[in-house]
Design a protein. Structure first.
Ligand SMILES: NC(=O)C1=CN([C@@H]2O[C@H](COP(=O)(O)OP(=O)(O)OC[C@H]3O[C@@H](n4cnc5c(N)ncnc54)[C@H](OP(=O)(O)O)[C@@H]3O)[C@@H](O)[C@H]2O)C=CC1
Ligand SMILES: CC(=O)N[C@@H](CCC(=O)OP(=O)(O)O)C(=O)O
Length: 390
């Protein structure tokens, strides 16, 4: 059976698997999330990696920067200004660039390809480019640039005015389990931050059921050092991180408005949370211990039932057996989020625990999950690897 290629996928009638290949690019391929995108996509059956962009590492082979990826035969890293967008004819681009860098890059990319999003924004596009591209390029952004819907909130929390505010409203917030349909049709997906990913998966169903007081949530979070990226920072040096642990961003971390924005959409009441992240001496992984006040008549078991029901059919979110504490070793290298709920000694309170791998479900894995939907592929393609243990 044949389908038009641009609309549907050619299907292998024997195995029910798509045989179509999509050309993708990775901007920020010499960073931690870029490396994990390459790792995950290198075994994805429908993806050809056609472009790898870097900053300081531009001009070097990928295997020079990451010897563990050197055998894949991928293109060398190049600079942004060397990319010939129309000629590359990409289906999708991942932006794994530092936040604040991405907004102008995305704007430039939409102009350089004559993207039809420009029509929606009533911005003139060059007709010669329109005819040169096969179809609109799709963008999956891993940075924070398009997560906040309100330009003023962006300026308040990121300390500078947004450079592409006209595209903020076009972006779909890519928490896949809650925005599947919108992600499928999106031109630009803003993947959630790693801390919001774990917090929202733990809290959204419970807040939606009005089973807790959403104005009184306390999130105590711990992250591995890769959460801070690969560029050199004193606070990330081995001697500063090993055998130590410290909180940061106390009372003013930029992930708070992101969590509140998404919780508020479902809470039906005022949302208030305290959030304190800590840096812990491990490479990857993230654990959140969340303290909540129960709504009248609710128990910790009720919260657990709400999560278990909500995620029963989700491939990447698991509620562990009663009493089993989620740990980063349960998810390492996988696209899983593991959750559980515990009774507090103080009546009327409960404790929710969530664990993810910040580089997989917290960034690159979730980005590929969104890519699969945007390209019309089964959501789990390339993402079913079991966690690495111990
Ligand atoms: N690390 C994590 O756990 C998570 C990260 N994120 C977000 O994902 C994005 C990437 O994060 P991460 O991989 O950790 O960051 P890294 O610092 O490890 O990597 C950043 C990448 O961007 C490249 N880059 C920087 N400036 C430019 C430029 N001007 N032109 C071209 N390339 C440039 C760097 O190239 P080079 O090194 O060669 O200069 C590098 O490849 C960030 O926005 C981050 O906030 C989101 C969720 C989790
Ligand atoms: C350990 C560490 O530094 N973590 C980062 C969060 C990384 C992330 O997921 O979020 P963004 O995409 O919003 O950067 C931080 O606290 O800023």
């Amino acid at each position: 059976m044949r389908f038009p290629l641009s609309k549907s996928l050619q299907r292998n009638s024997l195995h029910g698997m798509s045989t179509q290949t999509f050309r993708i690019g990775i901007l920020g391929a010499s960073g931690y999330t870029g490396a994990d995108l390459v790792r995950i996509l290198s075994t994805h059956p429908n993806i050809e990696i056609s472009l790898l962009v870097a900053g300081r590492s531009a001009g070097r082979p990928l295997g020079d920067v990451f010897p563990h990826l050197g055998h894949l035969g991928l293109p060398d890293l190049i600079g942004l200004d060397e990319v010939e967008w129309p000629a590359l004819d990409l289906d999708l681009v991942f932006c794994a660039l530092p936040h604040a860098t991405t907004q102008e890059v995305v704007k430039g990319l939409l102009h350089a390809t004559g993207h039809s999003l420009l029509d929606e924004m009533l911005i003139e596009r060059r007709e010669d480019l329109v005819s040169a591209v096969r179809r609109d390029i799709k963008i999956v952004d891993l940075s924070a640039d398009f997560r906040l819907e309100d330009p003023d909130s962006y300026e308040t929390w990121y300390g500078r005015a947004h450079q592409a505010p006209e595209f903020q409203s076009a972006a779909v917030y890519g928490l896949t389990e809650f925005n599947r349909d919108a992600v499928r049709g999106a031109a630009l997906v803003a993947c959630p931050g790693c801390y919001p990913t774990a917090a929202l998966l733990a809290l959204l169903p419970i807040v939606e059921a009005q089973a807790i007081d959403a104005s009184d949530i306390i999130i105590d979070a711990k992250s591995g050092v890769t959460g801070g990226g690969r560029s050199l920072k004193e606070s990330m040096l081995f001697c500063e991180v090993a055998e130590a642990m410290h909180p940061y961003g106390i009372g003013h971390h930029r992930h708070m408005p992101e969590m509140e924005q998404e919780l508020a959409k479902r809470a039906g009441q005022e949302v208030g949370l305290s959030f304190t992240p800590h840096l812990v001496p491990m490479n990857r992984g993230e654990l959140e211990t969340i303290y909540v006040r129960l709504a009248k008549g609710q128990s910790a078991d009720d919260l657990r039932d709400i999560l278990a029901d909500r995620y029963a059919k989700e491939p990447f979110v698991r509620v562990l057996d009663p009493g089993v504490a989620p740990a980063t070793r349960h998810v390492r290298g996988s696209n899983l989020c593991v959750l559980n709920v515990f009774e507090d000694r103080i009546p009327g309170r409960a404790i929710i625990v969530a664990a993810i791998d910040n580089l997989v479900k917290g960034s690159s894995g979730q980005a590929v999950q969104n890519m699969n939907l945007m390209l019309g592929l089964p959501e789990t393609t390339g993402l079913m690897q079991a966690p690495l243990f111990p």
